[in-house]
Write a protein that binds this ligand. Structure first.
Ligand SMILES: C[S@@+](CC[C@H](N)C(=O)[O-])C[C@H]1O[C@@H](n2cnc3c(N)ncnc32)[C@H](O)[C@@H]1O
Length: 292
C-alpha cells in the first residue's frame, strides 16, 4: 500500500518528533495503539505506515467536525472526493481574482457553520476550509463557529484523491471515537501503547493558541490529564505524552517538571511550524514524557 499522510494541516503536527516517539514504542511486539487527541493524525499515520502488522488502533478527538471527516473518509471516500474535487475546480478557476475567491471562501465558511449539510458535505467543507484558510489554523468562537480568515495560497491542493483513498483503506482497522480523552481507557487491552498530544500549554499568556475546541484546555485540564495518566500507569499500560516546554520562555517555570516528577521527562528539539509571526518560528524544545 502507498504510504499514507495526514489529510489536514493542523497545529502542533508532530512530524519532527517522530524518531523520538518511535524509540519509545515496544520493539518487535504486537500492540494496540491508542491516540486520544488525534488532531491531524501525524503520529497515527506514521504508526500505521511503519507497523503494518499492528492489530488495532483507536483514535479519539473531542472535535466533532474533525471526527466526522475521519469517519467519512473511512466509510464514504468516493462521495467525499466528488464534492471536494468540485470545490477545488471552482476555487482554482478563481485563482487570479482575490475578491471572488474571498466571496467563495466566506460563503463556504457560512454553510459549514450552519451545520445543516449532510455528513459528507460537512466533511468536504471542513477539508476545503483547512486547505484554504490562513495557515491551516483551526479556531472557533464560543458558538463553535469556525472563524479563521482566508489564507493567501493561490492554487492550494484541496482534493488529494490518491491520499484520501489510501487513508480510507488504512482506517479500516482504526476505531474512531468522538469523546473526552478519558473515554479511551475502555479500549485498552494488554500491550496497549497510548500516545497523547494534548493542546499545548501556552508558552506565554499572549501565545494562547490552544482553543481547538469550544472549551479551552487550561492548567486544570493538564492536571486532570496527569491524573488519568497515573491511572493508566497503575493498570500497566504504556504511555507517551508530548507537550510544550514552558521553560523555553521562563527557565524558572517548573509546571511540568513538578507535575511529572515521578516519570521520565525528555526534552526534544522541535520546530514550531505554525506561527503567524515568522520571527517566532525558531527552534524550541518540547517535552516527551513516558512512564517506561
Ligand atoms: C495538539 S492537537 C493534536 C495535534 C495532533 N496530534 C497532530 O499531529 O496534529 C490537540 C487535539 O486535542 C483535542 N482535544 C481538546 N480537548 C480534548 C479533550 N478533552 N478530549 C479529547 N480531545 C481533546 C483538540 O480538538 C485537538 O485536535
Amino acid at each position: 500500500m502507498n504510504r499514507v499522510k495526514p489529510f489536514l494541516k493542523w497545529a502542533g503536527g508532530k512530524t519532527q518528533l517522530l524518531d523520538s516517539i518511535n524509540s519509545k514504542f515496544p520493539y518487535n511486539e504486537d500492540f494496540v495503539y491508542i491516540e486520544p487527541f488525534v488532531g491531524s493524525g501525524a503520529v497515527l499515520f506514521w504508526v500505521l505506515n511503519n507497523y503494518p502488522n499492528l492489530k488495532q488502533a483507536i483514535i479519539n478527538d473531542i472535535n466533532t467536525d474533525l471526527i466526522n471527516s475521519y469517519k467519512t473518509i473511512k466509510t464514504d471516500v468516493e462521495s467525499l472526493i466528488i464534492i471536494l474535487q468540485q470545490l477545488e475546480n471552482d476555487y482554482h478557476k478563481l485563482a487570479n481574482n482575490l475578491e471572488l475567491k474571498k466571496v467563495y471562501y466566506y460563503s463556504k465558511r457560512t454553510i459549514f457553520n450552519d451545520r445543516t449539510s449532510d455528513q459528507v458535505t460537512q466533511a468536504a467543507l471542513f477539508i476545503f476550509l483547512n486547505r484554504t484558510c490562513f495557515n491551516g489554523l483551526y479556531r472557533v468562537n464560543k458558538n463553535n463557529g469556525f472563524n479563521v480568515p482566508i489564507g493567501s495560497y493561490k492554487k492550494p491542493k484541496i482534493c488529494d484523491a490518491n491520499n484520501l483513498k489510501t487513508v480510507s483503506k488504512i482506517l479500516a482497522k482504526v476505531e474512531i471515537l468522538n469523546e473526552d480523552f478519558e473515554a479511551t481507557i475502555d479500549y485498552a487491552t494488554k500491550n496497549t501503547v497510548f500516545y497523547f498530544d494534548p493542546p499545548y500549554k501556552p508558552l506565554s499568556e499572549t501565545s494562547s493558541f490552544n482553543s481547538y475546541a469550544k472549551n479551552s484546555f487550561d492548567d486544570n485540564e493538564q492536571i486532570r490529564l496527569k491524573q488519568f495518566l497515573d491511572k493508566l500507569n497503575l493498570l500497566g499500560y504504556k504511555w507517551i505524552l508530548s507537550n510544550s516546554d514552558v521553560k523555553n520562555n521562563n527557565s524558572a517555570n517548573n509546571f511540568f517538571d513538578d507535575l511529572y516528577k515521578e516519570y521520565n521527562i525528555n526534552r526534544v528539539l522541535a520546530k514550531r511550524s505554525i506561527n503567524s509571526n515568522a520571527s517566532k518560528r525558531g527552534v524550541l524544545t518540547e517535552l516527551l514524557i513516558t512512564n517506561q
